[in-house]
Write a protein of this length. Sequence first.
Length: 233
Amino acid sequence: MHAALACLGLPDAVLVALGWPDLGLAHALFTAPDPLLERLQRELQAFAPDLVVLPALADRHPDHGTAHVLLRLALRRAGLSPRLVVYGVHGLRFPPAAAVPPATSAELARRQAALAAHRSQWPLGRRRLLQCLARSETLALPAPARDGDTLPWRPPPWIRPALRLGVVDAGGSRCWRWCEAPLQSGPDGWRLGLEPGPGPRFVRLELAWRTLWIFDAWGWCELLPATVERGRR
């Protein structure tokens, strides 16, 4: 990582390594969110950014979407309202208007050298990384929260026993098996029956056990906290 920064002309001092677990960030957020949020809050208050570039919520890598959630919640805790710009790495397609002007040949050479410095990724992932390098880089505004409490997912009945639903907002985090979650079925889909709370509110749907496939099938969504009557599941 430090070698990659050097390829890009950046000093080591710009990096603050938090030591968070690879592919374990969502689990940490739902089991012990306060240490994560407190550390981010301190860093944000010390830096006082007016612009934050963060992973898109819909990025299919579980650590990327969860990093978006952590940053949004930590910014609220810190009382900061910087401009937010998101980028996507996995499973996203932004509109053409979001594309950044193409890099020069010198910039592309520096980026390739920075990618190659990640020796744990380069031998097996060279082709994929070069494909990322070749495509247009994109930045966009965060997607708006869903207006209402209807979830975007409609999992078929056969897989629901294997699903887990988690909610995190400024009031904390909680997690249920699908059959135990405060859900109400309606004509527009499944509604989440929670009392209103301080926003933002994020919801995650995942399999209750790990598989060899690391990417999210459902991932995160953001809801506008609202009051709904709890009904039968």
